[in-house]
Design a protein around this ligand. Sequence first.
Ligand SMILES: N[C@@H](CCC(=O)N[C@@H](CS)C(=O)NCC(=O)O)C(=O)O
Length: 360
Amino acid sequence: MTIPSWETLFEIAKANTNAKWMRSDGQSPATAPIPNNLSKIAPGQEVPVLLYKDTNSWCPYCERVMFALEEKEIPYQVEFIDLGSKPQWYLDLVPTGLVPAAKVKGELIYESKDILLALEDKFLPSLLPSESTLNEAAQKALADCESPGLIQAGYRFIWGRNDDGSSDTSQEELLSWQTEFEAKLEALEELLAKYPGDYFMGEFSLVDIMYAPHLNRIAANLPVYRGYQIRGNERFPNLNRWLEALEERPAYARIKSDSTTNNLVLRRIFGLQPAINQLTLATENLTTNSYEMEAAAKLSDNHQAVIGDIFQNSGLEVIISESERDLASSAVDLHLRWLAPVSHCWKQKTFSWRQSGRKR
Ligand SMILES: N[C@@H](CCC(=O)N[C@@H](CS)C(=O)NCC(=O)O)C(=O)O
């Protein structure tokens, strides 16, 4: 098989995606997406929102804010914060030191829920019901979503660890965490059943945005780490309808993580051991969406920085000598081109965890 050059890959991929991005050489990540509505800003006009988010794009709280920004079609700029080494200026600016934070029309706001409410305050269309009883119910649902409950129960079941981090979990403990989590899901089923339609408040609202990133991650990770399915589980029909309705929203498709990435984050960054040795690649809308093409185009455009990153962070730099560097670099380059979605076309839909690499 002939492996195409980066130039060819770039041309094919670029022709198959509408995504726009910019090179920010010397910054991490070096290729940043241009938020969808930035083109609405006339030259010289101020961008109304600056979002501070994580470089790796796995933070579910940042995802909430991006979801709302895209739904409301608000032009925004992004400043990436490396959570492994937060810059001092960010710690000085944001009292919690956490992401996300945002400057909304110049005002600094942090905590994802508060940012959502600030966006709600300052930009139309509204993502809260206008009818007063429904509005009150939505405010309560937003508060409940933050209180310890479903999300914590879901992650505890996935992690199989106590709050103190100990991992010698007994089967009885795991079973009790599963039961606790299922009870929370049942409560969510009831909440979803309260109003007609697929969404929590009947119509799409901030409540859906608050739940979406966490529930999507939990639904993606439970099958891999616990052999437990939410999707397709007859016990949770409303939740399944809700997850499907979210998939249909273009704003969500633009910013959400795919399930394979969600699986790999837990494995690579947090060292979780999968319950199965087969990782299914996310194939959501594989033939119809252009997101793989977007990824391939960005990778092609940015391959030198990616190869540099691989050298720095994979351990290669330690095991090869200076004289072997060019050869190793060509080998990495070749493999990356082979892996780039357009050259591979994702014909092989599953790969084993061994292939997917170890922690760090
Ligand atoms: N309650 C916060 C939680 C934000 C949060 O936990 N962010 C994580 C990333 S997912 C973070 O900044 N972690 C860095 C750290 O803990 O130092 C919100 O809703 O915004």
